[in-house]
Each structure stands twice: as structure tokens, then as C-alpha cells.
Design a protein around this ligand. Structure first.
Ligand code: PGA
Length: 244
């Protein structure tokens, strides 16, 4: 089994105090890749102090290389800081900022071109799941990333059903595994050459209590954690559960 990847997505939460707490808590080495993804203003602080004990990522970047795009940061700038990964296509970006599959693909390519790892987020809404369209929706989202998937470079996919994000209602391990298998199949169709090098993660109400059950399945190669990543004890418990 591959080394697992545990990512903390702070979203628009946290503070410099939390950054310092995280630095004190996650310096212990484990057989897990850990990436902390704070709001972008805290990225430098975390990178400077982490001293390689965990990686630091960004929650978003521009789909453009550079230019007149007020408020945006480019993938090259993120790389220059020493970050290693960028979330692209999180459902909150797709929903609140109207990011289309095409925008997500453009961002993914910028991230790869800068030598960083995009964590491409996909997932269906509750209405799509209840009407039996979950698999079709996720398939379409993955297929829309074909250019990224064939580009080369490290990539992770995070399956995050929207109905499980921030609701306290995680997908069951079996629901997650079924979709992760489906995603692996689509990846092989899109790029047989690269598919098996891509780690597939689950996200949505992962916490210190349900992580062990999720990680009892080899298909779950990592997790993207929102709320529970703000609680350093919970996040440490998730890392321990991943370290098998
Ligand atoms: P959650 O968020 O763990 O709070 O459900 C996950 C995410 O949105 O990445």
C-alpha cells in the first residue's frame, strides 16, 4: 500500500496562534504525508517554521500565468514560496465563485506547470446522489480534467461529496470506497499510463473518530480534512489512523 496523504484544509479559519500550535504539534515524523493548507496569508509563516516536518499548500490559485488579475496569486508565486500543493476545484470555490470544470482544468494546468501538485476536488450534490446521478457527475468532473491527468507530474484527486462537507455526516466507508473505485476506473480510461500514480483521497466530515474505519480500506489513500483539522488533537488522531 502507498504512503497515505492527510491534508488539513483550514478554509477561511484559523489565526497566527493556530499556525504556531500546528507547528508545535505536527513536527513528529510519521509514515504519512501531511500537508497543511491554511488561508494564503499564513502560508509563508508556516513554511518558514515547518522546517520540512510537513508540507504547506494553497487553497486556490489563478487560472492565469500572470497579469492584470487583481486579488489573485499565481501558481509560480506559490511555488516560489516553497508550497508544494494547491487545492483546485473545491466545491466551495465551484459554488461560491462559479468555477466551471474548464476553470478548474486551467488552474490544474497552471499548478502542474509550476511543478506543484494539484489536489483536484470532485463530488456530487445531495440532489445528484438521491436521483442516482452521483457516479455520472463525478465521472464528468474527472473527464473534464483529462489535460491535467495526461500532463505528467504528481496529482491527487479528492472525492468530496458536497452533502458530507461540514455537515458531520460523512459518507460511509463503503460509499466512499465504491466511488473511489469508480474514479480509479475513469483515471485508467483517461490516462492508462498515469492513473495508478495518482493518489485518491476522501473528504467530508472526516474526524478522529471515523478515520480508522475509513483507513481500514486500502482504496482510501488519504483524506482531505476541513473542520477537524482546526482541532490539533483531532487532526493528530487522523494522522495516527492513517499511519498503518
Ligand atoms: P469537512 O470539510 O471536513 O469540514 O467536512 C472537508 C473539505 O471541505 O475539504
Amino acid at each position: 500500500m502507498r504512503k497515505r496523504l492527510v491534508i488539513a484544509n483550514w478554509k477561511m479559519n484559523g489565526s497566527l496562534a493556530l499556525a504556531d500550535e500546528v507547528l508545535a504539534d505536527f513536527s513528529a515524523k510519521s509514515n504519512v504525508d501531511v500537508i497543511v493548507v491554511p488561508p494564503s496569508v499564513y502560508v509563508s509563516r508556516l513554511i518558514e517554521s515547518a522546517e520540512g516536518s510537513f508540507d504547506v499548500g494553497l487553497q486556490d490559485v489563478s487560472q492565469f500565468e500572470n497579469g492584470a488579475h487583481t486579488g489573485d496569486v499565481s501558481a509560480a508565486m506559490v511555488a516560489e514560496l516553497g508550497a508544494t500543493a494547491v487545492l483546485v476545484g473545491h466545491s466551495e470555490r465551484r459554488g461560491e465563485h462559479g468555477e466551471s470544470d474548464a476553470t478548474v482544468a486551467a488552474k490544474g494546468l497552471q499548478v502542474l506547470a509550476a511543478g506543484l501538485m494539484p489536489v483536484i476536488c470532485v463530488g456530487e450534490s445531495l440532489a445528484e446522489r438521491e436521483s442516482g446521478k452521483a457516479t455520472a457527475r463525478v465521472r464528468a468532473q474527472i473527464e473534464a480534467q483529462a489535460d491535467c491527468l495526461r500532463f505528467g507530474g504528481e496529482i491527487a484527486i479528492a472525492y468530496e461529496p458536497i452533502w458530507a462537507i461540514g455537515t458531520g455526516k460523512s459518507a460511509s466507508a463503503l460509499e466512499a470506497v465504491a466511488m473511489l473505485r469508480e474514479i480509479r476506473g475513469v483515471l485508467r480510461e483517461v490516462s492508462a499510463e498515469r492513473a495508478d500514480g495518482i493518489r485518491i483521497l476522501y473528504g467530508g466530515s472526516v474526524n478522529g473518530e471515523n478515520a480508522a474505519e475509513l483507513f481500514s480500506h486500502d482504496e482510501i489513500e488519504g483524506v482531505l480534512v476541513g473542520g477537524a483539522s482546526l482541532d490539533t488533537e483531532q487532526f493528530a488522531a487522523i494522522i495516527r489512523a492513517a499511519d498503518v
